[in-house]
Design a protein around this ligand. Structure first.
Ligand code: BGC
Length: 417
């Protein structure tokens, strides 16, 4: 080997070493697997890869994330958690108490998270005052998605009240459409139940029932009304709803087979992926009777303690990336949500996101901003699971008694408190 080729070898070895010194691997557990969700998740992967790291995708299919949480527990128990996992709301505290989470305070200080995030959001991301999670976005759960062409064919009017909702559903049914596209899975039943409760109990009653878990509210006449409305609504879903995924249900509305879907705004990711335009090809309406209120569902990535220094660097860059304006915009535009940072320019967002952003701020000022129960923001996953059990059993039994269901709801919640 002559001097020149030795030099070339030395240089390429050095650059290889510096490349590998920089590159770390970041394994991310999430359940963003529908067509629209995947497009959103891909934006994060690309930005992390652009920082020189290796993305290891740990996607576990299953809307609402129940399957993902089961898999995560198994990995954590065996002492091998991923670098980051989508864990939300009060459950972050449970994971924090296990002592497995990484401290993100240095990055939070560097990027000024405390001043970029609403206080309510920042508090959810902290365990005993330390940041252990980075917030990704803000979803709104109380939405109704409508296909206006189907509505026009059926002579139906977009509803603003629950009474109008049932009038529209009757028209859609009479015209031969599926009035309400639904997937019979506990978390989807729970999502509809939560929206009905938000509408019938109002923001204050909703908070009393699901955040404070007040027994009188849980068993009161308004909650009985909620179950009665849920029972009525069952008459407007199709016979094949059992087990259907939420994105398949969204597809029924997109393809003009159904008129409406009750779902959080991740449903918009499917419309966006199908090339449809908000306000033209589809309409987003606050769930009837919840105008001005906002049931929030904040996606967040919790970071686990890692021993490998390069992987730790990759993990830190992941946290940084999530809070950068570029990601905040790109991800939410694909995911259907709004940025969690309060300083992102909303002018490049569609009409639904712009309305969501305005309503978020107005609801925060009026007391109408409430955490979603069905999406793990209002209570622990134990309470959430207890509610799902009662709601799903009730929904699938045409003879069930609303009064009894309200009592069962209170008892089930009490049993896991
Ligand atoms: C998550 C969303 C997700 C949806 C459907 C929600 O609980 O917060 O990010 O898109 O479930 O899987």
């Amino acid at each position: 080997m002559n001097v020149y080729s030795r030099l070339v070898t030395a240089i390429s070895l050095a650059s290889l070493i510096s490349l590998s010194a920089h590159a770390g691997e970041v394994e991310v557990l999430h359940w963003w697997t529908s067509g629209g969700e995947k497009r959103a998740a891909d934006t994060l992967q690309k930005l992390v890869e652009a920082k020189g790291h290796v993305w290891k995708d740990f996607a576990v299919a299953g809307g609402g994330g129940e399957a993902a949480m089961t898999v995560l527990k198994t990995r954590a128990v065996s002492g091998n958690p991923p670098a980051a996992a989508q864990i939300k709301g009060p459950d972050i505290q449970e994971w924090g108490a296990l002592g497995l989470l990484a401290d993100l305070n240095a990055i939070a200080a560097e990027q000024k998270w405390d001043s970029l995030l609403p206080k309510q959001v920042a508090n959810i991301m902290k365990y005993e005052g330390d940041y252990v999670a980075v917030p990704v976005n803000v979803h709104r759960v109380n939405w109704l998605w409508i296909n206006p062409e189907v509505f026009a064919k059926a002579g139906a009017t977009p509803p603003t009240t629950l009474d109008e909702f049932f009038v529209a559903a009757d028209k859609l049914k009479a015209a031969g459409f599926i009035p309400l596209a639904h997937g019979g899975q506990p978390w989807q039943d729970g999502t509809i139940f939560e929206d009905l409760a938000f509408s019938i109990l109002g923001a204050d009653g909703y908070r009393k029932a699901f955040v404070e878990q007040d027994k009188a509210t849980l068993t009161g006449p308004k909650m009985v009304e909620v179950f009665a409305a849920l029972q009525k609504l069952h008459g407007y879903i199709d016979a094949d709803a059992a087990g259907r995924d939420w994105n398949t249900a969204a597809g029924l509305v997109i393809n003009g087979k159904a008129g409406m879907q009750v779902m959080g705004d991740w449903a918009k990711s499917e419309w966006t992926a199908a090339g449809k335009v908000a306000g033209k090809d589809y309409q987003c309406l606050p769930f009837p009777g919840t105008q001005g209120s906002f049931a929030y569902n904040i996606d967040s990535l919790v970071m686990f303690k890692l021993s490998d220094a390069q992987n730790r660097k990759a993990q830190e860059d992941l946290a940084r990336t999530v809070m950068e304006p570029e990601f905040q915009q790109l991800f939410s535009q694909n995911k259907g949500s709004i940025p969690v940072r309060q300083d992102v320019d909303m002018s490049t967002f569609d009409a639904c996101a712009q309305q969501s952003s305005l309503d978020f701020k107005a609801a925060a000022a009026s007391g109408g901003l409430q955490p979603s129960l069905a999406h793990g923001m209002a209570a622990s996953s134990y309470v959430q699971g207890a509610v799902f059990d009662v709601v799903t059993n009730f929904f699938n039994d045409p003879k069930a008694d609303p009064k009894r269901a309200a009592k069962q709801l209170a008892a089930a919640i009490q049993a896991v408190q």
